[in-house]
Each structure stands twice: as structure tokens, then as C-alpha cells.
Design a protein around this ligand. Structure first.
Ligand SMILES: [Zn+2]
Ligand SMILES: [Zn+2]
Length: 771
């Protein structure tokens, strides 16, 4: 925000604005960004009134326009405060033109622009704001305990908008005509519900109902809420229709209820998120910094990863064996009422079966959540598109997004490029779809892994939805190289021209694009796997170049992966692959993990190289070390072994050796590292210290390769950098050594950021045609 304002001011200073100190000036300001449906016009209005300026504000095709007149220094102050508008307003740019002063007084809000706000992106859904929360619990207010209250600073948007411009008639609330009281607020420029499209009240808005598991309506309104609260208190599982889809709620303190939810949802060990009634309850269960508390209570309302406190009331099986907990605030008025009545934390997990997309429709939910939920707390406000909870953590005082959805999507980012609009299809895991129109890019919400027919259907809908919603017809599509990704297969079957973008190049470009850079830089891109340019499985890459093109500057020494993809869950296979590469058939001796028969089969396939693709994957190295140290051998969900290895690490400054070998690309040989690590494991060094030393060594590797590459900038991307110890270690070391370090904050470093990178590559003129 500040840099935007500073850049604007220096441009103005270069012109002549401030030389007219005592005369009047008039400006036309074109404001770009997420400024519609978020209370921007009332903000611009109140600001002008406060500063005694004249003029008007209105929505336009691209965002909003302000004409403003008064003394130049006050105008400058006005623009400074526009840049600093509080969330949910997001100003991306202000373009200014000087006009002849008219000498008028007063400031007005024009409700609708004549040319229609077609290009302005729809705003993101936002958590219940403090003003609405106050009203919700005020017995004298006409919206007392009304579960669907909203204003221009909070409530549903992206999940209810059917088409742009974002007006009530084009949302799912068009079936709820405003009552006279709501209409009055809606039309009053001084009211915080001025043009709040999702507004309503008990007289005119949506209502809640409680259904039995066979769909019979049991009760409505306040009674339905009361019955849902009693059911959760009794240890039952209640499906609750929220903002962007269903949640499953149950008492987070009761191990039996949590265990029952795990059993019914077929979700073995993957952590559940917990919704806390208030900050004090949260602080009782987790360690909490100011930044973390702020993120938890922010308008975006993501699940925040926090360190669990010893002796917290949360049942252990909410996040088995995990020192962290995902904490969520009550983000809608409905959830706020439930949690305020319950007064204890509840598990709040997506309403779906494992690996399926989240349910959004109550009739559909009855079928898909049959056998999981005991009751359904539903409402009659339709959801247009599924929007899940976002997932975030605080690293180095700032937010990092692990899953970008509610509160953040579709939040536009500036991304320039020629050649028309591009639709990027993302990857296979943690899929997102991105649409770039040459000036900016919008990133659709997290869509999940494309492993089930339901998930692929949801992906098809997202691909249709994004261009239609923005009124943009993409000239080109972008997809991953991997021939078997559902997203790539889908692209190939279409008639639009498709450009293929290498997986790790896309990660690298996403990081550059997030920082509004083209390159050159060194990209350190580490993840589980991606289709490499040479047809092998990449994953421990150092790429030199920029958005348009890269070369593989360095990579980890490759190793065979017995069973290929099955190693994602079975970390023992990654460990065996590394050992076999290092020691040949001696690797199989004394491996108590495998039965005699398994050993024979694995050895044969390793010896012949059948079913053992070679990989440079850094993610698989994390898995392998986790298995070798006995931390985690089999992962119940993707990345569990690597995550467990991070969690056991203690404070320790030790490092292991490694070697760099010249070649067409520099090769990082991990064999000395592994030998030293195994030697220490045989000795008396603790697993926690070995893990710390392993992490330290990887930081050493990054620094050594960066010095060799000689690029001033280093971009860190890929799923491995979800590891906070690796990320902060590498960022700190590189900064100390004088590098400019880039990493992800607004976009996930994992495959959720791929679509942004694909779009960034294609807009820069890169990519390979005809996948
Ligand atoms: Zn509000
Ligand atoms: Zn009303």
C-alpha cells in the first residue's frame, strides 16, 4: 500500500501539483483493484467530508473513479488515505488526470456508472465484521441474533455472485426483496449498508432450518440454532451450511466424537481445523503471537496454523501426533451464534468425504454426507461456487498462505503482458485456475486434488466459471507438461491453443509474478515431483532465468524411486531409493522394514530399473530422512513424513557435508550428507538434532549454489518451502550473504500457485505450444 502511495506522490511531485499551494486543484482519480462491494464509495465519501473536499465517486468498468477538488496539499492527503483504505478494500493502482477546478462544494456518491462496471473483479467473501457482530448480540437491535446479517465490510460475495457487475440482482439474494427498513439503509450513502448487496434482516433475508439426516425439517430459525447447539453438546456431528460450503462440526474436546467423525469421514490422521468461540479460548489451547491473533481475527478469517499448548482442552486425535493446530474464528454470523451459545471449541472440517470437493447444496449434501452427519443446519441462500477455508501461517511476522480460498480469492494481482487473455489450468494436486487479461490476474479458489470424478467435475465448472464471470474470452490456455494430469488432459481435448509450461518453471514464475518481477533470478524450486523437460521426475531444482525462459542451472543427484508414485505415501521406498543409489545391493541388507519377499521384489526392480523412475525430488529426500530416522515411515496423507521430520527438529547449529559436481547442470551430491547422517544415527545423537542438522545442510546447499549462480535475486518456491524451518533458514542465510530473497506470501508456495506461474510464463512469451 505504502509503496503505491509513495510512487504516486513522486510522480505527482515531478509534475506540478504541489506548486499550486494556495490555489484550488481538481483531479480525476481512476482507482483499480478490489474496490466494488467492499465499502469503498462510502469510505471515499466520508474521507472527502472529513477533509472538506468537493466532488463525487462512482463505480466504473475497471474499479472506481473519484473527481475531487480542493487545496492541493489536502488533495494529496486525500489520495494518501485512499491508498491506505482499510481492508477489505484493496487498491492496486491510482491513475490521475488534472481537471479544471469548478469551484463546486459538497461530495456525492453516484450509485451506478453509466458504462457499467464490467471489468471490476467480484470481491472476496469476508468474515463477520465487528459492527455487525455488535448488532448480532445487541437485544435492542432489529438484527439481534439474525444469522445472515452482512454489510459492505463483511459477508458473502464471491460465493453468491452469478455475474458481473456485482449487484444484488446478479447474486443469489435476488430472490429476497429488501424490506423498507433494509432498502432505506441500502440507499443511504452515509450508512455502512449502502449498496451492501448481501444485506437483509429477519423480515426479508434468508432463514435457517434444522434437518434430520433423512432431510425432514425439524425446526426453523432460533429453534433450529438451539437444537443444533444441543446436538453438538451431546457429542453429535452436525453439518452446517456456511458461506462457501458445508462444514462438519463436533465437540473438539471429546475424543469419541472426533474419532467417530474420523471414522465416518474415512480420514485417518490428517489434522482437523478447530473453531474457537473467542480469542481467550484460542489462547488457552495454542501459543499465540500478536500477528497470529490478528490473522485469526482478520476479515479474511483463514485457518491459522498455531503451536499447540500443553494441557489444552483439545482432544489429541484432532491432530494426531502433530504439535500444531489449525485454528479458525467464527467467520459468519451463523457460526458466531453457534459458538457463542456453545462456549467451547468445535472441530470445523470441510463438509465432504475425503478426497471429494466440499458440498454447497443442501439436497446434494443429504446424499453426499449421508452416514457422516447426524443433523443438517441449512439455510435458503444458494451458494454459486464452492469456496473453502483458506489456510495460513505467520512466518517472520508476515502471513504465508498455504491454501488460498475464502477471504483471498479471487483477489486480483497486477500482472502485465501482451497477447490477450490467458486461462491457466494449474496442476493436479491443490488445483487452482487463474485468468490473466494482460493487466492483472485473478486466481480462483483452491479446488483440491483432481483424483475423484467429483473433483474433476468441479474443476470443469471452475474452468467455465472464471472467464464467464469476468466477461473475458481467453485467447490461450496454459497447462502443465505432465501428460497424465487431469488438467492437462482436459486442455488437450479442447480446441483453444494450449501452451505447456514446465512445472518448476511455473513455480519460479509464480514467485516472480507475485513480486511484480520478470527476472533474471535464480529459482530454488523444491517439491515432491513434476514432469521435467527431459521426461524424468524433477523436484530438487535450481533454475536460472526469468518468466519467459529458464535453464536448469543445478539439481540434486537423481535416485531411483521404487514403485514411483506409491512412494508419496510410503517413505520407506524413498529411503531405499537413496540407499540403493549410494550403496547398490548392499542397501537391502538389514532393512527390517520390508519382508523377505518384498525385499526380493524391490531388489529385482531396482536392479533392472523397472518401475523405478529416477528423480531429483527434494520432497522425497525429506520423506526418506524421516523414514531413516524412524520418525515416520508411512504417510496417511501427502507430506506427513516430511512434516513430522520438521516438527521433531531441535535447536542445533551442526551441518553435514555435501558435494557439487560439474556437468551440463551442476549436480548437488547428497551422498556425503546421507553417510554422515547415518553415522550420527548409529551414534548417540538424538533424532531432533539430526533433523536440525539435515535442515541446516539444505540451507548450506542453497547458499552454495546461489553463490555459484551469481544472480543477485533468489526466488524460493515449491511445496518444500511450506516447511517454515527451511524457508526462514534459507531466507535468513541468503539475506545475510547479500542476496535479495523472494518467497511467497499472497499465493501458496505449493501447487496452489502453479496456475499463476503458468499465466505469468505465457504472458511473458514463454511456454511450449501444443501439449
Ligand atoms: Zn458487517
Ligand atoms: Zn429487511
Amino acid at each position: 500500500m505504502k509503496s503505491g502511495w509513495k510512487a504516486w506522490r513522486s510522480r505527482c511531485r515531478r509534475r506540478r501539483l504541489t506548486t499550486l499551494a494556495d490555489s484550488r486543484a481538481r483531479l480525476r482519480l481512476e482507482i483499480e483493484g478490489a474496490v466494488q462491494g467492499v465499502g469503498f464509495r462510502p469510505y471515499a465519501f466520508r474521507l472527502a467530508e472529513a477533509l472538506g473536499l468537493a466532488g463525487r465517486v462512482r463505480n466504473t468498468r475497471r474499479g472506481a473513479a473519484v473527481e475531487i477538488e480542493g487545496p492541493p496539499d489536502i488533495l494529496e492527503e486525500y489520495v494518501r488515505r485512499l491508498w491506505a483504505a482499510p481492508p477489505p478494500v484493496r487498491v492496486l493502482g491510482i491513475h490521475q488526470r488534472d481537471l479544471v477546478p469548478l469551484g463546486r462544494s459538497g461530495f456525492t456518491i453516484a450509485a451506478t456508472a453509466q458504462d457499467g462496471p464490467r471489468e471490476a473483479p467480484p470481491p472476496a467473501d469476508l468474515a463477520l465484521c465487528l459492527d455487525c457482530r455488535r448488532e448480532l448480540f445487541d437485544p435492542t437491535n432489529r438484527r439481534y441474533r439474525y444469522p445472515f446479517t452482512a454489510c459492505s465490510h463483511c459477508g458473502p460475495r464471491f460465493s453468491i455472485v452469478e455475474a458481473v457487475p456485482y449487484d444484488r440482482e446478479r447474486t443469489t439474494l435476488r430472490g429476497f426483496p429488501l424490506c423498507p427498513s433494509c432498502r432505506e439503509e441500502y440507499e443511504d450513502p452515509g450508512d455502512r449498508r449502502f449498496h451492501a448487496q448481501a444485506t437483509g434482516c429477519p423480515d426479508c433475508g434468508p432463514r435457517a432450518e434444522l434437518w434430520s439426516s433423512d432431510g425432514a425439517a425439524l425446526s426453523r430459525g432460533e429453534e433450529a440454532l438451539g437444537a443444533a447447539v444441543r446436538a453438538i453438546r451431546d457429542g453429535k456431528i452436525v453439518a452446517v451450511k456456511g458461506l462457501g460450503g458445508f462444514h462438519l462440526l463436533t465437540d473438539a474436546r471429546r475424543a469419541e466424537s472426533v474419532g467417530e467423525l474420523r471414522r465416518r469421514k474415512a480420514r485417518e490422521e490428517k489434522p482437523f481445523a478447530v473453531m474457537f468461540p473467542d480469542r481467550w479460548a484460542l489462547a488457552g489451547a495454542c501459543e499465540l503471537s500478536e500477528a497470529e491473533a490478528g490473522l485469526w481475527a482478520s476479515p479474511e478469517g483463514p485457518i491459522v496454523l498455531l503451536r499447540r499448548r500443553n494441557g489444552s482442552p483439545i482432544a489429541e486425535n484432532v491432530a494426531p501426533g502433530n504439535p500444531e493446530l489449525g485454528a479458525l474464528s467464527p467467520t459468519t454470523p451463523l457460526h458466531a451464534l453457534l459458538l457463542s451459545d456453545l462456549k467451547f471449541p468445535v472441530v470445523a472440517t470441510s463438509g465432504n468425504r475425503t478426497d471429494e470437493p466440499i458440498c454447497t447444496d443442501e439436497r446434494e449434501a443429504l446424499g453426499r454426507l449421508a452416514g457422516i452427519a447426524d443433523f443438517f443446519l441449512v439455510h435458503n441462500r444458494p451458494i454459486v461456487r464452492p469456496v473453502e477455508d483458506s489456510l495460513a501461517r505467520v512466518v517472520g511476522g508476515g502471513t504465508i498462505l498455504i491454501r488460498r480460498a475464502r477471504g483471498y480469492a479471487p483477489g486480483p494481482m497486477p500482472l502485465a503482458g501482451a497477447g490477450g487473455a490467458v486461462l491457466a489450468l494449474g496442476g493436479h494436486m491443490k488445483n487452482t485456475v487463474a485468468l490473466a487479461d494482460g493487466r492483472r490476474v485473478v486466481l480462483g479458489p483452491h479446488g483440491g486434488d483432481l483424483d475423484t470424478p467429483q473433483a474433476v467435475d468441479a474443476f470443469h465448472r471452475a474452468v467455465e466459471d472464471l472467464p464467464r464471470l469476468h466477461g473475458v474470452r481467453p485467447a490461450r490456455w496454459a497447462a502443465d507438461f505432465h501428460p497424465d494430469y487431469a488438467s492437462t488432459r482436459f486442455a488437450r481435448e479442447r480446441s483453444e491453443p494450449v501452451l505447456g509450461v514446465q512445472h518448476h518453471h511455473a513455480h519460479f514464475a509464480a514467485c516472480l509474478a507475485e513480486h511484480s518481477l520478470d527476472g533474471p533470478a535464480l529459482g530454488v524450486v523444491w517439491d515432491g515431483s513434476g514432469w521435467g523437460e527431459d521426461g524424468t521426475v524433477w523436484g530438487g531444482e535450481f533454475l536460472a532465468g526469468g518468466r519467459a525462459a529458464v535453464r536448469r542451472f543445478a539439481h540434486f543427484r537423481t535416485f531411483p524411486l521404487p514403485g514411483g508414485e506409491s512412494a508419496v505415501r510410503d517413505a520407506r521406498r524413498s529411503a531405499l531409493g537413496l540407499l540403493f543409489e549410494m550403496r547398490g545391493k548392499d542397501a537391502l541388507e538389514n532393512l527390517e522394514w520390508f519382508s523377505e519377499n518384498e525385499r526380493r521384489v524391490l531388489f529385482r526392480s531396482l536392479e533392472r530399473g523397472i518401475g523405478c523412475p529416477r528423480t531429483s525430488s527434494a520432497g522425497r529426500m525429506f520423506d526418506a530422512v524421516s523414514a531413516l530416522l524412524g520418525v515416520k515411515t508411512i504417510s496417511a496423507f501427502e507430506g506427513q513424513a516430511a512434516m513430522a521430520l520438521e516438527h521433531v527438529a531441535e535447536e542445533d547449529g551442526g551441518v553435514y557435508p555435501f558435494a557439487l559436481q560439474e556437468g551440463p547442470s551442476l549436480v548437488v551430491d547428497w551422498a556425503p550428507l546421507l553417510e554422515a547422517l547415518l553415522e550420527e544415527k548409529r551414534g548417540s545423537v538424538s533424532v531432533g538434532r539430526i533433523s536440525a542438522r539435515f535442515h541446516n545442510t539444505l540451507v548450506d546447499v542453497i547458499a552454495a549454489v546461489a553463490r555459484r549462480a551469481g544472480e543477485k535475486r533468489v526466488a524460493l518456491s515449491g511445496g518444500c518451502f511450506q516447511n517454515a524451518r527451511l524457508l526462514s533458514g534459507a531466507a535468513k542465510r541468503l539475506s545475510v550473504e547479500g542476496f535479495e530473497v523472494l518467497f511467497h506470501r499472497k499465493v501458496p508456495t505449493n501447487d496452489g500457485g502453479l496456475s499463476l506461474g503458468q499465466a505469468a510464463v505465457v504472458l511473458a512469451g514463454g511456454g511450449v505450444s501444443c501439449v
